[in-house]
Design a protein around this ligand. Structure first.
Ligand SMILES: NC(=O)c1ccc[n+]([C@@H]2O[C@H](COP(=O)([O-])OP(=O)(O)OC[C@H]3O[C@@H](n4cnc5c(N)ncnc54)[C@H](OP(=O)(O)O)[C@@H]3O)[C@@H](O)[C@H]2O)c1
Length: 281
């Protein structure tokens, strides 16, 4: 049992941590719903993670988010990790029960899927092939969520083929690895095209891909939210595709975490979006 009475202490662990928008996001909701609590940034160097995790319990935290570089390493330090996080190979949310037990989950994939449905409510992952560019940690979270939502064919296209191949081997049958050179051709019949590389982020070159063969009906998403519209998303929008940026994923993954810690499922409003968006300019 926390010694903090009704005060709900939560935060985000990472290194570095100053760039995280999660404190602004969760504290916005704490204030909006007039709750007694605070969400704090927790800068934890990699070799101090075990001490920090033990400290959470001692300090009476209700839980925390976990970001780079701790998402994998923290798994072995928790009392339990759910199936979704295991399949993703990473935890992004820790919940500490009244008994002090620490459980890990990962809301990134569900957040991503919710952000798609918010923009395109009729989207059905099972209704056709999906192409994902990039095979890093975020891509893996997206793949697991799309599989959980019934995807039947995911073409995973990555600059380093072996990385895509190892994910495809793990989720054999539905996920197929394709070489990077085939990206422009492999999108000619997809219902969803997602950029899960870092190409197009502020400070990085644009993603190199021709959209000439992409159907106009394909939903196009980018996990990047800085800038709000990458050159890839701009090109897709200008040729008539519906597009989704990564801000929705960030906002939607936070909702179930907040509910677990404070018992309130918070809303994503235009004012909240504008508040977070303003921190990027
Ligand atoms: N919206 C959200 O809430 C959210 C959450 C998490 C991440 N993200 C975003 O998702 C993106 C990926 O993050 P991550 O954590 O998965 O990163 P990561 O594990 O480092 O993976 C990076 C990916 O980008 C690819 N890549 C890097 N340079 C490239 C290049 N020059 N050409 C083609 N591909 C290249 C890598 O390919 P190789 O395997 O060949 O190196 C790899 O597939 C980032 O932009 C991140 O900001 C967004």
């Amino acid at each position: 049992m926390s010694g903090n009475g009704s005060f709900g202490l939560v935060g985000v662990m990472g290194w570095p941590i100053a760039q995280s928008r999660s404190p602004i996001l969760h504290n916005y909701w704490i204030d909006k719903y007039k709750l007694n609590g605070r969400y704090v940034p927790l800068g934890v160097q990699p070799d101090r993670l075990a001490d920090a995790v033990r400290g959470l319990r001692a300090l009476g935290f209700r839980g925390c988010n976990v970001t780079m570089p701790h998402k994998q390493d923290i798994m072995a330090m928790l009392d339990s990790v759910d199936d979704t996080a295991r399949r993703m190979g990473a935890v992004n949310c820790v919940i500490i029960g009244d008994d002090g037990k620490m459980s890990g989950t990962n809301n990134d994939g569900r957040g991503y899927y919710s952000s798609l449905i918010e923009v395109s409510p009729s989207f059905k992952p099972a209704s056709g092939p999906i192409a994902i560019l990039g095979a890093g940690g975020a891509s893996r979270a997206v793949i697991v969520a799309l599989l959980e939502e019934g995807a039947t064919e995911i073409r995973l296209i990555n600059r380093t083929f072996e990385r895509a191949k190892s994910i495809a081997d793990e989720f054999s049958g539905v996920v197929k690895a394709l070489p990077w050179e085939r990206r422009a051709d492999a999108i000619d019949d997809v219902i969803l095209l997602t950029n899960a590389t870092n190409q197009g982020m502020t400070g990085k070159p644009p993603l190199e891909i021709s959209l000439a063969k992409l159907p106009k009906s394909t939903l196009v998403s980018d996990l990047i939210y800085v800038p709000p519209e990458t050159p890839f998303l701009k090109a897709a929008r200008e040729r008539g595709n519906v597009t989704v940026n990564g801000l929705g994923m960030l906002l939607h993954q936070a909702r179930p975490a907040f509910k677990a810690w404070f018992g309130v499922m918070p809303d994503i409003t235009p004012d909240l979006r504008a508040t977070i968006q303003a921190t990027f300019t």
